[in-house]
Design a protein around this ligand. Structure first.
Ligand SMILES: Cc1ncc(COP(=O)(O)O)c(C=O)c1O
Length: 359
């Protein structure tokens, strides 16, 4: 879970802890969002705008509108999937370390949670072990005995947060073919990775779906918009657990405007990738005290060999440099995660990290 608000820390000078965009959406786009929202009736639940957004999202994902569910952030989608596909007799399986919401969602649906451990120092994505755990259903489970129970749901984060690596498309295909469990591929960062498994989501293959978000490449974290791409039958199943009118008119307006600007989005992604290269090189220049892992996305996991990562994190925090640590995750002892920020933020972070390591 993200660090709770703590008044002992100064406000961030560089906020690099949540993989958000460092940039606000441009003023002309923001104006268009307000303009569009002005035309909506705030007094009505009104779903016509939402239908329009469903079509625009379907167009962006290159699927038909009956394969889309819109969510209040992709977090909501991940929770809906757990309600639809897991439960006390249907365990959830995921890698560890991976995105924490998977465990929280499993808990809410009272499902045993089976985690397949990735191995430091590089955390390669062991798809064979994942496949085995899914079919066997008896790997070590937290919060209940998964023993012998067939998995109901697999969360596969692609690229994986926080390790920033990516499994192969063919590996996903084999996983889906080898199980009856719903395989939910979390593509929150796919725009940065330039790779997707959406073309594998087949109207006739009932057990693959993909969740995505507007919070990262589209810069809309504060407005909460995510979506699911799934076969129509799964769409119905997931929708059955959704609150009616889960999106507000402002969010829908913002989604519509952003999807008219996909050309600009490509430029933003290219800028982030360029800046990631610079950040990676900056971290690598601090070797052997720092070892960045290769990244396919807008954040970098790095190791601090032989250092107390909590101490480094704490000192940076006291200097207004916010990055991510994983309290209680023993596999990530000695590791921290930094988001790609603006050039100024990245330079500030590198400068402060260098100073902390030399102290
Ligand atoms: C892998 C992954 N999935 C999903 C999300 C949730 O995104 P949101 O709820 O903002 O759409 C995040 C956010 O950091 C994430 O890292």
């Amino acid at each position: 879970m993200p660090e709770p608000f703590n008044p002992t820390y100064p406000p961030p000078r560089a906020k690099l802890d949540a993989n958000e965009s460092p940039y606000e959406i441009p003023a002309d786009l923001k104006e268009r969002v307000f303009h569009r929202a002005l035309g909506a009736r705030f007094s009505r639940y009104e779903s016509s705008l939402e239908n329009e957004l469903t079509e625009a999202v379907a167009d962006y994902a290159r699927v038909s509108p009956d394969m889309i569910v819109l969510g209040n952030g992709s977090d909501e989608i991940l929770h809906l999937l757990a309600f639809a596909y897991s439960g006390p007799d249907r365990p959830v399986v995921a890698f560890r370390p991976s995105f924490e919401t998977y465990g929280a969602a499993a808990e809410l649906s009272h499902a045993p949670y089976t985690q397949v451990e990735l191995r430091p120092p590089d955390f390669p994505l062991d798809m064979a072990a994942l496949t085995e755990a899914v079919s066997r259903g008896d790997a070590v489970s937290r919060g209940g005995a998964a023993n012998g129970k067939e998995a109901g749901l697999v969360y596969l984060c692609r690229p994986n947060n926080p390790t920033a690596n990516l499994c192969e498309v063919d590996e996903v295909r084999s996983l889906v073919r080898g199980t009856r469990a719903m395989v939910a591929v979390d593509e929150a960062y796919f725009e940065f990775a330039g790779s997707t498994v959406v073309p594998l989501v087949d109207r006739l293959a009932p057990n693959l779906c993909v969740s995505r978000t507007f919070s990262k490449a589209f810069r809309l974290a504060g407005l909460r918009l995510g979506y699911l791409v799934a076969p129509p039958e799964a769409v119905e199943k997931v929708r059955a657990h959704k609150m009616p009118y889960n999106l507000n008119h402002m969010t829908v307006a913002a989604g519509l405007v952003m999807l008219e600007e996909v050309g600009r989005l490509k430029g933003w992604v290219a800028e982030t990738l360029k800046e990631r290269e610079r950040l990676e090189a900056g971290l690598a220049s601090l070797a052997p005290a720092v070892r960045p892992l290769p990244s396919t996305t807008n954040f970098i996991l790095f190791e601090l060999p032989g250092r107390d990562h909590n101490k480094v994190w704490e000192t940076l925090r006291l200097r207004g440099i916010y990055i991510r640590r994983y309290r209680g995750e023993t596999l990530l002892d000695g590791y921290l995660r930094v988001s790609v920020g603006s050039p100024t933020e990245n330079d500030l972070f590198l400068e402060e990290l260098r100073a902390v390591l030399q102290a």
